[in-house]
Design a protein around this ligand. Structure first.
Ligand code: SF4
Ligand code: SF4
Ligand code: SF4
Ligand code: FES
Length: 763
């Protein structure tokens, strides 16, 4: 938007507003309430509900403020008898087919239609004709539908198309028979539930929480998602000690994601109160024996004595400490403190899918926020699949292209769905991503790179030219495919492409909610693989918070068996817990206070929504108790904020931060990782070149586009506890009836009871 200011008069008050501002936004920003249903910021205009009417001087009729761009000297009235009469008539039309039974509607209490109707009061209903009747039904395991409550604002269809790129729902039929429906009667989409979130009425509903609680019974707690590295802000709705639902509804929370959440953030929470949560500490007194329930005192004492004995017999470096990228900064910081100050070893590592060390050590530019991505002029994505692994980033890319006109260069070996938005798609042979980085860095290796990538050298020149000609911000993103050497080169690309009027920003795409925080808190010289390799030899004991990933275990199947002592703190009996000698039940993200650092380097609060279930405790508290038993008092005094205060004192780029500064999720705080100067990368380039020279030129390119949900619907330790995810993982079979919960199709163990019904059929 322009920086030039113009004068607008609203209800006899003068305002200076940026040229190009939309009238409805200006009115709302200045506290003049404008009712609206179809308008939704940053979506294509619909202009169909006619609720946002205003009077503009010198214009003949009332105008819809959502369609008006302010002009200099405009004089506007937002409230008058004439305007209210027109709005009341519109509302009466909207209610013509709408049942007036809010008490039985699941959206009752947080419905925009109900709110407006009740706010105005005395609304006449002159339509006496029979209302159209449509039965309630399910559209998918996640989305329930009560079609007769629809006011056809089409927020849902626009969000599905513009945010998700899916176009899975559409308005069908005509005139007063129009309803929102699916193609083929059943949704085969990414099940994000954003259509539910933005629906202003009770038409699209959360099928997993339906009829379980009323909104006013829920305590809303603003927190940060525990799944991917995008760090969406969300409101956890709890009743007593049960987490009932998660929403991003803007009346409760106003974070970097607006009202966006993906399937995992919105529906993946039932693990919190799941019956399989670990209930008490457990001790295996003898190898090969059973894990026996114990008190906290017994388990802490047992673990401390065994650690002490192992350090005494084999030295301090025989103990390793492993942190998970899923737990809070406070938990990770405490673990590193435990390793270095209690055990006295540098044998600590993060059990993540890939390390960010080379990237941050060579960082040549600031990290891009999700807001930066939305407003970027050029976006380059090397590897990765954000629509499945970091869905908010995927949505921002889509909107940057569709609503902002950004150029999008996609460099990938797979025809991922975001390809539809790409202005240039460089389709690589699988495993050759490093060759693309080599070519981006300079033009010297174009022929070698193009030969190995299986593309024309022009494609590489075009990509570099697009970046070099950009005026504005360029965001460079990368996924898990790059080697650490290539990560170092990408981190220095801001120096390579710097130019007047151009700013280069970087956006790593790690997999977990606190991958960046884990790097900040616990980055060290050792890798998980190195420590697992030493298990049973130089490493005799391990203290693990969280679990190893399947990829770690696959390559070291026997490692944990070889240890003299394995201490694990976890939520569930994972594969790692199966080898443990001591198990501490840990509290989930919904039960603790703390912080996560997302892939924008935003430090965001995690807040306790319910008390820790059973006997579980926050990870940092368990570590502090174990340290105390070993003679070192961390001095955290039972408070996560005390841990964070120490983080701010010891980690330079977190300096001076305190929880109160992080309290407003609408103004997130970005930590500034130290920038590395431009450096000579010839060693890295030589190393990458020699790997590229050995790359196979005969491998076939992957032509298939991966199915929606192929990553999102995978059952992991947490999503395995959500019955609806089992249906999706089984291919989202279309049920024989849409009237009752689709869960009738699975057994209590999550297995399908029958063959899926054939596709096609009723709406
Ligand atoms: S759940 Fe998401 S992808 Fe599916 S129809 Fe709704 S908005 Fe579209
Ligand atoms: S289903 Fe909801 S969001 Fe979609 S058109 Fe109807 S009222 Fe609007
Ligand atoms: S995009 Fe990532 S952070 Fe946002 S809701 Fe989904 S999993 Fe959570
Ligand atoms: S909000 Fe303006 S016409 Fe619907």
């Amino acid at each position: 938007m322009s920086t030039e200011l113009i004068k607008v008069t609203i209800n006899a008050k003068d305002f200076q507003v940026p040229k190009g501002s939309r009238l409805i936004d200006v009115c709302r920003e200045n506290a003049f309430d404008i009712p609206s249903f179809c308008y939704y910021a940053d979506l294509a205009l619909q202009a169909s509900c006619r609720m946002c009417l205003v009077r503009i001087e010198k214009m003949p009729k009332l105008q819809t403020s959502c369609t008006i761009i302010c002009t200099d000297g405009m004089v506007v009235t937002t409230q008058s008898e004439e305007i209210e009469k027109a709005q009341r008539s519109m509302l009466e039309f909207l209610l013509a087919n709408h049942p007036l039974d809010c008490p039985v509607c699941d959206r009752g209490g947080e419905c925009e239609l109900q709110e407006l109707t009740f706010d105005w009061g005395n609304l006449e209903e002159r339509f006496t004709e029979k209302k159209n009747y449509h039965p309630e039904k399910y559209l998918s395991p996640m989305v329930a539908n009560d079609p007769q409550r629809c006011i056809l604002c089409k927020r849902c269809t626009r969000v599905c198309d513009e945010w998700m790129g899916e176009d899975a729902i559409e308005a069908g039929n005509r005139g007063s028979n129009t309803v929102i429906g699916t193609y083929g009667g059943w949704l085969n989409c990414s099940e994000c539930g954003n259509c539910i979130e933005v629906c202003p009425t009770g038409t699209l509903l959360d099928g997993t929480y339906r009829h379980q609680a009323r909104p006013w019974e829920l305590t809303q707690t603003i927190s940060t998602c525990t799944y991917c590295s995008d760090g969406c802000q969300m409101s956890l709705g709890s009743r007593a000690d049960e987490l009932m639902r998660i929403v991003a509804r803007d009346r409760y929370v106003n974070g970097l994601n607006g009202e966006f959440l993906c399937i995992k953030g919105r529906f993946g929470h039932p693990f919190v109160n799941h019956e399989k949560r670990l209930r008490t500490p457990l001790i295996r007194y003898q190898k090969g024996g059973k894990l026996i329930p114990a008190t906290w005192d017994e388990a802490i004492r047992f673990a401390a004595q065994r650690l002490d004995a192992i350090a005494e017999a084999n030295g301090r470096d025989s103990i390793a400490v492993i942190g998970s990228p899923r737990i809070t900064n406070e938990a990770l910081y405490s673990l590193k403190k435990f390793a270095t100050e209690v055990v006295g070893t540098e044998n600590y590592a993060i059990a993540d899918a890939f390390s960010l060390t080379a990237f941050f050590d060579n960082l040549g530019g600031p990290l891009a926020t999700h807001r930066d991505i939305r407003h970027a002029k050029t976006i380059v994505l090397i590897g990765g699949e954000p629509e499945e692994l970091q869905p908010l980033t995927g949505k921002q890319i889509r909107q940057a292209v569709r609503n902002g006109g950004a150029k999008f260069i996609l460099i990938n070996s797979v025809r991922i769905r975001l390809r539809e938005q790409a202005s240039q798609f460089i389709h690589l042979r699988p495993g050759t991503e490093d060759a693309a980085v080599l070519a981006l860095f300079n033009g010297d290796d174009d022929s070698l790179a193009a030969q190995k990538l299986g593309i024309d050298t022009n494609e590489l020149e075009t990509a570099r030219k697009t970046i070099k000609e950009t005026q504005g911000e360029v965001v460079i993103m990368f996924g898990a495919e790059l080697s650490s050497k290539a990560q170092a080169v990408v981190a220095q690309l801001p120096y390579v492409f710097a130019g007047e009027g151009r700013r280069l920003l970087l956006h790593p795409l790690p997999l977990f909610n606190n991958s960046v925080g884990a790097h900040d808190m616990m980055d060290g010289d050792k890798s998980v693989f190195e420590l697992l390799d030493g298990a049973g030899e130089s490493i005799r004991a391990m203290y693990v918070a969280g679990s190893f990933l399947p990829m770690h275990m696959r390559q070291n199947e026997d490692a944990l068996r070889r240890l003299d002592l394995l201490i694990v703190q976890e939520l569930f009996e994972t594969e790692t817990v199966a080898f443990a000698d001591v198990v501490f039940p840990a509290a989930s993200f919904a039960e603790v206070d703390g912080t996560f650092t997302n892939n924008d380097a935003l430090v965001q609060r995690v807040r306790k929504s319910i008390e820790p279930v059973h006997q579980s405790k926050p990870d940092w508290m368990i570590t502090a108790q174990l340290a105390k038993e070993l003679g070192i008092d961390f001095g955290f005094e039972m408070s996560a904020s005390a841990v964070f205060r120490e983080i701010a004192e010891r980690i330079p780029f977190y300096a001076n931060l305190r929880y109160p500064q992080l309290k407003d999720e609408s103004k997130p705080v970005q930590v500034k990782h130290a920038l590395a100067p431009q450096r000579d990368l010839s060693n890295e380039i030589d190393a990458i070149r020699s790997v590229v020279e050995g790359m196979d030129e005969s491998s076939r390119k992957i032509e298939e586009t991966p199915l929606v949900g192929h990553e999102l619907f995978k059952l992991g330790t947490l999503t395995d506890k959500v019955p609806q995810f089992h249906l999706l993982a089984a291919g989202n079979p279309k049920p024989e009836t849409f009237r009752i919960s689709p869960l009738y199709q699975i057994t209590i163990d999550g297995n399908l009871k029958r063959e899926p019904a054939a596709a096609g059929g009723m709406l």
